[in-house]
Design a protein around this ligand. Structure first.
Ligand SMILES: [Zn+2]
Length: 318
C-alpha cells in the first residue's frame, strides 16, 4: 500500500489551544503523524512511503472560496502588523457571522476570524470540519473534499463515496457536497457532541443531492459491536446500492476508548475489523487522515485499519 507523507506537516505546532475558557497544551500535535509513520515502518515494505506531488492551488480553489484562502494566506502577517500575539491569530472578541459583520462583509482583520472560523482553532489537520469558507475544529482546508472534487472534475469519476469514520460529524464535507448526487457522503459519528449543530439523520441533502447525504449518529459510549453493526449495515445497503467507483475514507481514530477528545469506547481490534469491512466493497480506496489524539495508540489503530483493509482485499482478489 502506498502512503503519502511529508515532514512539512510538523511545521504546524501551536503551543496551546483554548478549551473551556483556559489554555491547554495543543492536542493536534505533529507527534500523531510521526507515531503513525513509525508504526507503518515496523511492517517493512508492506507500506511504501511516497512524497506528495504538487498540484498547485487549483484543486483547493475548486472547494474553498478565494476570500477564505487569502484569509489564511495573509491573516498572520496582518495580525502581527496590528501588534497581535505571535503565537496565534486570536481575536479580542469573536464576531458572529451574519451579525457583527453585516451578513457578508468580513469586517477587517478583527472581524475575519469571527467570520471565517466557527470556533477557536489552530491550522490544517483533521479536514472534515471546514465548509467552503468556514473552518472549525483543527481544520482549515478540507483534504478529503479537495481530493474528491479533483476526482469528480478532473478524473471524471461519476460515483465517488466519502465514508467518514472520524468520531466527529464532518459538517464541512456535508456542506460542500450537500446539493450534489456525486459524491455520496456517509458519516458515522458521536452524538450529541462537537460540532453540535450538524449531523442529524434528517439531513439528507438538497436538490440533486437529496438522498446522497447519510448521517448515522451513534450514542456516546458506543462500543465495538454496535459500531461494526452500523458500519456493516450502511456499507452492505446504501453504499453498495450507490455502486461507487472509488471510496475516499475520512479516517479518524478519535473513536478509540482512550481518546482524549472522542467519547466512544472502541478497541484497537475494532480498527482491523473496520478495514476488513471497507475492503468488502472491493473498490479503489483512498484513506485521508483525520482525527485521533491518543498518542500511544494512534499508530497501532491507524495501522490496524490499513492492514485489515490490505490483507482482506488481497485475499478476496486471489
Ligand atoms: Zn474528529
Amino acid at each position: 500500500m502506498k502512503v503519502v507523507y511529508t515532514p512539512i506537516h510538523a511545521k504546524h505546532y501551536p503551543p496551546k489551544e483554548l478549551e473551556l475558557g483556559q489554555f491547554v497544551p495543543f492536542k493536534e500535535t505533529p507527534q500523531r503523524v510521526e507515531q503513525i509513520l513509525q508504526s507503518l515502518k515496523s511492517y517493512g515494505d508492506e507500506f511504501e512511503l511516497i512524497e506528495p506531488a504538487g498540484y498547485g492551488m487549483a484543486p483547493i480553489e475548486r472547494v474553498h472560496t478565494k476570500e477564505y484562502i487569502s484569509y489564511f494566506k495573509d491573516a498572520y502577517e496582518k495580525w502581527i502588523s496590528r501588534g497581535g500575539n505571535r503565537d496565534g491569530v486570536f481575536p479580542d472578541a469573536f464576531a458572529v457571522r451574519d451579525f457583527a459583520n453585516g451578513g457578508n462583509e468580513t469586517g477587517g482583520m478583527m472581524g475575519m476570524p469571527g467570520y471565517f472560523c466557527f470556533d477557536m482553532t489552530g491550522i490544517i489537520a483533521e479536514g472534515t470540519f471546514e465548509a467552503a469558507d468556514l473552518c472549525g475544529g483543527y481544520c482549515f482546508f478540507n483534504n478529503a473534499a479537495i481530493a474528491v472534487r479533483h476526482l469528480i472534475e478532473t478524473k471524471k469519476i461519476e460515483r465517488v463515496c466519502i465514508l467518514d469514520i472520524d468520531y466527529h460529524h464532518g459538517n464541512g464535507t456535508q456542506s460542500i457536497f450537500y446539493k450534489e448526487s456525486n459524491p455520496l457522503y456517509v458519516s458515522l459519528h458521536g452524538s450529541p457532541d462537537y460540532p453540535m449543530y450538524w449531523g442529524k439523520g434528517s439531513e439528507e441533502g438538497e436538490g440533486n443531492g437529496r438522498g446522497f447525504n447519510i448521517n448515522i449518529p451513534l450514542p456516546i459510549g458506543t462500543r465495538d459491536s454496535e459500531y461494526i453493526a452500523a458500519l456493516k449495515s450502511v456499507i452492505d445497503t446504501r453504499i453498495m446500492e450507490y455502486d461507487p467507483q472509488i471510496i475516499v475514507v475520512s479516517l479518524g481514530v478519535d473513536t478509540f476508548v482512550d481518546d482524549v477528545v472522542g467519547n466512544f469506547l472502541l478497541t484497537s481490534d475494532c480498527y482491523t475489523e473496520m478495514g476488513r469491512i471497507i475492503a468488502s466493497l472491493r473498490r479503489p480506496t483512498l484513506f485521508v487522515m483525520e482525527g485521533g489524539y491518543d498518542i500511544p495508540a494512534i499508530g497501532r489503530n491507524v495501522t490496524n485499519v490499513l492492514r485489515g483493509f490490505e490483507t482482506s482485499f488481497q485475499v478476496k482478489q486471489q
